[in-house]
Design a protein around this ligand. Structure first.
Ligand SMILES: [Cu+2]
Length: 70
């Protein structure tokens, strides 16, 4: 089933950070689309929940060097 969630992210300071987070999320298998906002410090992610999970998305954000909020 397709789900859309919002993940808060600490540590983004410019559009370069936004691009890094966006690319990290889009590389996760099962991600259908993502919108990352510097202003709100949040990523909205649509994904197929049989293929990935909030935890895996948060991990991808961490691996890219940013801090997902719980
Ligand atoms: Cu930056």
């Amino acid at each position: 089933m397709q789900r859309t969630i919002t993940i808060g992210i600490d540590g983004m300071t410019c559009q370069g950070c936004v691009g890094s987070v966006q690319r990290a999320l889009e590389r996760v298998p099962g991600v259908l689309g993502t919108t990352v906002s510097l202003a709100s410090g949040e990523a909205e992610v649509s994904f197929e929940d049989s293929q990935t999970s909030r935890a895996a998305l948060a991990q991808a954000i961490s691996d890219a060097g940013f801090d997902p909020r719980p």
